[in-house]
Design a protein. Structure first.
Length: 500
């Protein structure tokens, strides 16, 4: 799997030897919770960080609620589970498996420079280690100029970008129809074609969800929501974190450095709580198996505890209290960083650089993309060129700083050079190389980590961004692994073709 996931195993349901069958008084068997049957489950403690963005009304909040398994984003101000900043709402799962960021300001009808500054600052404060997946959320409807310009401004050709299409009941049920719809939109709509290009013309980086409101009274609501939940988490579980680096920017790195001591202390406390919880869970499971799962009485479940059990519970209680203290310390430090004048100035400069780069790429140019970007350029530039930094000297300095972008897209020339190094370095057939890396015919496949080591062995100076770009060319079905057929195709279509 790409990301760390735990897949639940089906346990043996045969009665234990010590069970007492209670046929006469047996209660009707309760229906199992569908959530307990989920196949795609993120591993606790791994903090898969997902940032959602898109136009207002696209369904970001509903998507966030679906992923969090609770209604939190609509009423975030009154919910302890959500941390509110000026432009970001943040949710962190109790088991630390998932961190969700819901952008606020960038989805408004008219974007402005203050919102961009706040977004850059708050994303950095919310995800100092970077963002693993970016979800651009769009409705199954016409793509507008505002929507496409917002997408161009926020990101361009990022390796960890996925497109989530909401209100897509038909396509959520039938992937073949969904792929046909994507191809048809690419042919007839230049805006959609641009979106398709941003995700590397990869059909598998589109997620279709049917996420009806739980209170709408529609038919089969729970089944439809559960299917959408599985579709999203399948992508997260298969996302190649070991090959595709997280999205980062300068402000994130600055926050990471400024909070290093507090973050390390918090990480230590989180790991200790997780370790103790795992130990408690193992003891509970072992006891359940020994006594028999189906007919273990309430008395047996709450039977006498050993001294070791009580000691373990005390350790866990203390660890949780220490974790709460570490979280408060971290929050206080982040508040201090947010109010730091130098940090605020850096956020402003980065926002202005991004705006100038955006303007430079599209202003006064012909074409549909430039026309679509015009409104956003006007709104963003209105404040930028009327404030204290609007002098010719300052503007020139910012324009110089506007290139290059923080996360550069690998060029075709760079990737071709890397592939040529691989081609000239290997001296065996793709099938034999695949086997030597640990893959085999049938169920075996190469993980993102193995693929990364393979590339670095033959081209040591390859960057993480470049490895990520090569990974998407190898993993053509985006299932988080490379099988033998994909590996052979990668050599034929890319490695050997690099010699041309």
């Amino acid at each position: 799997m790409g990301a760390a996931c735990s897949q639940k195993e089906v346990e043996d349901d045969e009665p234990g030897q010590d069970e007492v069958q209670q046929e006469d008084d047996a209660e009707p068997e309760q229906q199992e919770d569908p959530k307990a049957l989920r196949k795609w489950v993120l591993e606790p403690g791994k903090k898969m960080t997902v940032m959602m963005f898109g136009m207002t009304g696209a369904g970001k909040s509903a998507l966030g609620n679906l992923m969090a398994d609770m209604s939190i984003f609509q009423s975030g101000d009154d919910t302890a589970s959500v941390t509110n900043l000026d432009s970001i709402m943040k949710f962190e799962a109790e088991d630390k498996s998932l961190v969700l960021l819901d952008t606020i300001g960038l989805g408004d009808t008219e974007i402005d420079q203050d919102k961009v500054v706040a977004n850059i600052r708050d994303v950095a404060l919310s995800a100092p280690n970077g963002v693993d997946c970016l979800f651009y959320v769009m409705r199954n409807a016409r793509v507008t100029d505002d929507a496409i310009s917002r997408l161009i401004y926020v990101t361009d050709s990022l390796l960890n970008l996925y497109i989530v299409v909401t209100n897509a009941a038909r396509y959520a049920k039938n992937r073949a129809d969904a792929d046909d719809w994507i191809k048809r939109q690419v042919e007839i709509n230049w805006r959609f074609k641009h979106i398709f290009g941003i995700v590397g013309n990869n059909l598998n980086r589109f997620i279709f969800i049917d996420n009806p409101d739980p209170d709408s009274g529609e038919q089969l609501i729970e089944e439809r929501r559960e299917a959408s939940h599985e579709a999203v988490f399948k992508v997260l579980c298969q996302h190649p974190r070991d090959a595709v680096p997280p999205f980062t920017q300068a402000m994130m790195k600055q926050v990471a450095e400024m909070t290093k001591v507090e973050r390390e202390a918090l990480d230590e406390k989180e790991k200790e709580v997780q370790r103790l919880q795992d130990e408690v869970s193992k003891k509970t499971n072992a006891s359940a198996k020994k006594k028999g799962k189906k007919v273990m009485s309430a008395l047996e479940q709450s039977g006498p505890k050993t001294q070791a059990d009580e000691t373990l519970e005390l350790y866990l209680k203390q660890a949780k209290e220490d974790l709460i203290k570490a979280e408060r310390t971290m929050k206080a430090k982040l508040d201090q960083v947010k109010s730091d004048k130098n940090f605020q100035e850096q956020a402003r400069k980065q926002a202005e650089s991004a705006t100038l780069r955006f303007s430079r790429d599209f202003k006064d140019k012909e074409g549909e993309k430039a026309q679509a970007a015009g409104r956003a350029i006007s709104a963003l530039s209105r404040r930028l060129f009327s404030g204290p930094s609007s002098s010719a000297k300052n503007t020139a300095a910012l324009a110089e700083a506007a290139a290059p972008a923080e996360t550069e897209k690998p060029t075709e020339e760079q990737l071709k050079a890397i592939l040529n190094k691989v081609r000239t370095s290997v001296n065996d057939t793709p099938a034999n190389i695949y086997t030597s890396l640990g893959g085999w015919v049938g169920a075996g496949a190469l993980s993102p980590m193995v693929f990364t080591k393979f590339i670095l062995t033959h081209a040591p100076s390859t960057s993480r961004q470049q490895i990520g770009a090569l990974w998407w060319r190898a993993d053509t079905n985006s299932d988080g692994q490379v099988d033998l057929t994909e590996f052979k195709d990668f050599f034929k279509n890319h490695v050997e073709a690099a010699a041309a």
